[in-house]
Design a protein around this ligand. Structure first.
Ligand code: 13P
Length: 310
């Protein structure tokens, strides 16, 4: 008798997803094969919104740890899993709750605006969260004379400060180790070589200020994907983590994308593989929970962000 055909990894994942009533949520920086099996692929804001309204019992976050924490904070009754606990975020590691408490003491009355790339304990010390999609709108939603402590990404903070010159915005000295690998010189070269291309940059880029005059748009990962789809241009220089190229190529077969830095790959994002996703669904690991009272305080900051229209 011929042997039964082997079941693919993807098929095993699909079957277990149904059995567990699970949903798979992936970030735009994940490997292509992980994105392709996910129920939702998007930016940090999209992932949090999707996780906040899913009917599934189990939410598997294919992204980095703070993204799983956000899903757990918004869904305390659900099982939130991350396939590899080592999928951390260098930016989230840049600020601790103790440091933020001390900084607040130096600026009494200031509002703390926390980029979502922070730990739950840091969100718990914050007034409102933001993502790269809505950072400007969140800052503009605060009274114009209120001092702002913007944490932890100094490049995103600098960009917000440039848009809002009259405000007192203090920046934390944090950055993403992947986005600082994107240097201005190769971007200048690419722009010279492809003069008709549009330069799309993520605001976490370390070279944002140096390239500001050259950038056509400064956007979140979903913003970059949306713009590339809608633009009538056919060539783009993409200044962010290279995982985004999978969706850009898949959704725009007739367009050309030049990565600003081939080496801008986040090794933490890439910790998530199909095998680990399967094991995660098999053994319901690794469960991410956020203890009280931090969870409730962090939820307030996340929910405040969600009420501000994009
Ligand atoms: P986006 O919200 O734009 O996807 O960015 C998230 C992130 O972690 C970038 O490093």
């Amino acid at each position: 008798m011929p042997a039964a055909p082997a079941i693919s990894l993807q098929e095993k994942i699909r079957r277990l997803r149904t059995e567990r009533n699970a949903t798979i949520v992936a970030h735009n920086y994940q490997d292509g094969e992980v994105q392709d099996i996910a129920d939702f692929v998007g930016d940090s804001l999209g992932m949090a919104k999707f996780a906040g309204k899913t009917g599934a019992d189990v939410i598997v976050i294919c992204g980095v740890h703070f993204m799983a924490e956000s899903a757990a904070i918004l869904n305390p009754a659900k099982t939130v899993l991350i396939p590899d606990l080592e999928a951390g975020c260098s930016l989230a590691e840049c600020a601790t709750a103790g440091q933020i408490r001390a900084w607040k003491k130096d600026h009494p009355g200031a509002a703390v605006v926390a980029y979502v790339n922070t730990t739950a304990d840091v969100k718990a010390e914050s007034d409102v969260c933001c993502t790269s999609t809505n950072a400007l709108q969140i800052v503009r939603s605060l009274p114009p004379d209120r001092e702002i402590l913007f944490i932890p990404d100094m490049y995103l903070g600098q960009w917000v400060r440039l848009q809002e010159p009259g405000r007192r915005i203090h920046l934390w000295n944090g950055s993403c180790h992947t986005h600082v690998r994107i240097r201005p010189e190769p971007i200048f070269e690419l722009k010279k070589k492809h003069p008709r291309s549009e330069l799309l940059m993520h605001p976490e880029c370390g070279c944002l200020t140096a390239c500001m005059n050259l950038a056509d748009h400064i956007l979140s990962t979903d913003g970059i994907i949306r713009h590339a789809r809608e633009s009538d241009k056919s060539e783009f220089i993409i200044a962010t983590e290279t995982g985004i190229l999978h969706r850009l190529h898949k959704e725009n077969p007739g367009k050309t994308f030049y990565p600003a830095a081939e080496e801008a790959t986040c090794e933490f994002m890439k910790k998530i593989t199909l095998e680990k996703l399967l094991w995660s669904l098999e053994d319901l690991r690794h469960r991410v929970t956020v203890p009280e009272p931090a969870a409730s305080r962090a939820r307030l900051a996340l929910e405040r962000m969600m009420t501000i229209p994009p």
